[in-house]
Design a protein. Structure first.
Length: 194
């Protein structure tokens, strides 16, 4: 006599699959996936159409150009990206009052002893449409480092600590007024050089 196999009742797995999906969704939503990269810089406020644009003396313009082969030209001459930070610092600070570097203007900053001679220098950055992102970021980093180092030096001189370590908002604003971030970035175009 043959025995009949006893049927084992199946477990309904629909609820289990639903729970797995809900848990997966929960972990995707709550987990942090910070992979954003970019340049941390505040954009300037919109230009007031009623305000007259200030004429910029050629002396006060630090022209930086990057072509499609990632060659860097600064003020019309080839430059290695590793030398850019020091060249930008020298141009902006103009400690020797060199006539080929940026001019200065008087700015009233009480925390820095009243009148401070701030640079009128503007860094003009233009890159080719074919410039690699890596080179673009390297140039941006060098220019940002130049500004940061100048601010750190000035802050140490007046407040005894780096600008990046300051917490007093008045001191931060005083240093920012003395050394503003004056970087003008133009729309990418063909800036080929031979």
């Amino acid at each position: 006599m043959k025995r009949k196999k006893k049927k084992i009742p199946e477990i309904n797995s629909t609820a289990t699959a639903d729970m797995a999906f809900i848990l997966l969704f929960f972990f995707l939503v709550t987990s942090s996936m910070d992979t954003d990269t970019g340049i941390m810089r505040r954009l300037p406020p919109p230009v007031n159409p009623n305000e007259k644009a200030e004429d910029i003396n050629k002396r006060n313009l630090f022209e930086v150009r990057i072509n499609s082969q990632d060659y860097l030209w600064v003020k019309g001459a080839y430059m290695n990206v590793l030398d850019l930070k020091d060249a930008a610092k020298n141009f902006i600070s103009n400690k020797s009052n060199n006539a080929s570097l940026s001019d200065k203007r008087e700015v009233n900053i009480p925390l820095l002893g009243g009148t401070y001679m701030a640079s009128r220098g503007i860094i003009s950055l233009k890159n080719d449409r074919g410039t690699s992102y890596d080179m673009y970021i390297q140039v941006q980093n060098e220019l940002a480092a130049a500004i940061t180092e100048l601010r750190n030096e000035l802050s140490k001189e007046y407040f005894g600590m780096k600008f990046t370590d300051l917490v007093d908002q008045e001191k931060i604003e005083a240093i920012q007024k003395a050394i503003p971030v004056a970087i003008s970035e133009a729309e990418p175009e063909n800036v080929e050089r031979k």
